[in-house]
Design a binder for this molecule. Sequence first.
Ligand SMILES: Cc1ncc(COP(=O)(O)O)c(C=O)c1O
Length: 447
Amino acid sequence: MVSHIFPRHTHDELPTASGGEGCFIFDQAGKKYLDASGGAAVSCLGHSHPKIISALHKQLDVLAYAHTSFFTSEPAERLATKLINNAAGDLSQVYLVSGGSEAIEAALKLARQYFIEIGQPSKKEVIARRQSYHGNTLGALAVGGNEWRRSKFEPILIDTHHIAPCYAYREKYDNETEFEFGQRVANELETTIEKLGSQNVMAFVAEPVVGATLGAVPAVDGYFKTIREICNRNGVLLILDEVMCGMGRTGTLFAYEQEGIAPDIVCIAKGLGAGYQPIGATICTDKIYEAIKSGSGFFQHGHTYLGHPMAAAAADAVIDVLLNDNILTNVNNTGDHLKDTLHTKFAQHVHVGDIRGRGLFYGLEIVQDRESKEPFPSSYGIARKIKSVAKDKGLLCYPMSGTVDGKKGDHVLLAPPYIINDMEINNLSTLLAESLDEAIESCKVRV
Ligand SMILES: Cc1ncc(COP(=O)(O)O)c(C=O)c1O
């Protein structure tokens, strides 16, 4: 049968997903897959969670949709209150959107409008980091620092500026400590602000734990504290992108909690709706909100589906489960087991250069040579091959190429549901080990 779906990749033949239960997803042919990446770090509560399904049924019986220019809704209000009550720092208002890219777009426009409201209209420059991913819409793509994702669209992207990521495995010098490395790369922010003039810089955007483009790379100790200080000194807003690493993924509801800092704006999505509904949020401080409220009175932005009641109902139920069903304890405990298992299986593997991550968010960096950290040639297509071999074996993981510089390098990202148990983790790492070996061997033979 001819499909009229415009797929992600026109040469892929995809099975049809027909059901899911817990950490597993099934296709129409009856094959069962262990969902070790929750899609793209989305399905954090697994599939068919009864409490989320029930919340959705309930909301559907009440009201599916009401436009936010006419009404607020109970689920949106409940969700916003829960998020703010559990967010450290001065965050006070939640702008509900439909996904991660939308959350970033809203954050950028909010930052810009904030400076207009407070009489600093020259502030418009955005600084982010190389090898980051902030979404695929034009504003978010412009902020992101991944060469491969940007290159085709470069001529139509707004100008942005990129500093080094905090990527110790490849960018730390041998003669510096991790702390010194973190300070060196954090200070690139100050140098870049000086070069642009602080009166022109509105925001710095970063993922607390870099997901898709680097493979679960947390910053080293002290890095984000220095970043926060630099932003404060220069009147630059700190926008944290927790679209992938937030909502419990690293063991705390917000990933920034572990850095001992708080952002001016934080973006969340993915785990917020856990795949049950498309939803994201841009959360800002009272200072930003008050500037808008006492200024023009409205944020000049909006989408049809802002604060969608069904999406809010799902996210509200997700947050309830995260906070009340001991889920974060499980992320930490099974996260420790995942870490130990990955180290046991891969620490000596000839083609695994680095194992990093936090909570239930881990990355393995694949190299041709561990000593020199030389990646496999891009022509090998290692990441793509690992994905397909693993899928054949019934394991869904999230490999990606371009780890080193947007072109070279490969990693595998793991982001299993928070309800995964130790046995499933053992199974995951066994299947992953087999997949790595088979994929790498077949790539070597083919070339
Ligand atoms: C850190 C980060 N920001 C933003 C996005 C974009 O989110 P979405 O795909 O929901 O638009 C992603 C998606 O992978 C992400 O990982």
